[in-house]
Ligand binder design. Structure first.
Ligand code: HEC
Length: 106
């Protein structure tokens, strides 16, 4: 019985962990990247591709692999602000945010 309970707890913990890591890519995006990457006036002014707009993103996905994009955003290459300007974001936060964009826009 105890063994069975432990299995159930492990199972629930795994699900909870999966949800948290997915949600945090979205959270980082909403907090840090959405100002430029969700369309609207600022997106248009800055020329940033809007999340979910596959035609906006296709030139970037054609040109760069996901790994290259992560390094562009992390290090601030090609005029991109390093980490999108989020000083307190960890490298993992940024990688998750790029994964999140890719999952919506590719
Ligand atoms: C100040 C506005 C701004 C913010 C904030 C911003 N971006 Fe960008 N991003 C841009 C612009 C503009 C481009 C297009 C650059 C170009 O034309 O080469 C871009 C391009 C990109 C690309 C494609 C890079 C390539 O050359 O392949 C990725 C990926 C990306 N941004 C991810 C992010 C992520 C993740 C965040 C949040 C952590 C973020 N951006 C925050 C303005 C922004």
């Amino acid at each position: 019985m105890i063994f069975k309970n432990i299995l159930v707890v492990c199972f629930l913990a795994t699900i909870a962990f999966m949800n948290v890591s997915y949600a945090s890519g979205e959270k980082v995006f909403e907090k840090t990247c959405a100002s430029c990457h969700s369309g609207g006036l600022k997106g248009w002014l800055s020329g940033a591709p809007a999340i979910g707009d596959k035609s906006d993103w296709s030139e970037f996905f054609d040109k760069n692999s996901l790994e290259t994009m992560k390094s562009i955003v992390l290090n601030g290459e090609n005029n991109h602000k390093a980490k999108g300007g989020c000083e307190e974001c960890s490298d993992d936060d940024i990688n998750l945010a790029v994964d999140y964009i890719s999952s919506k826009s590719k």
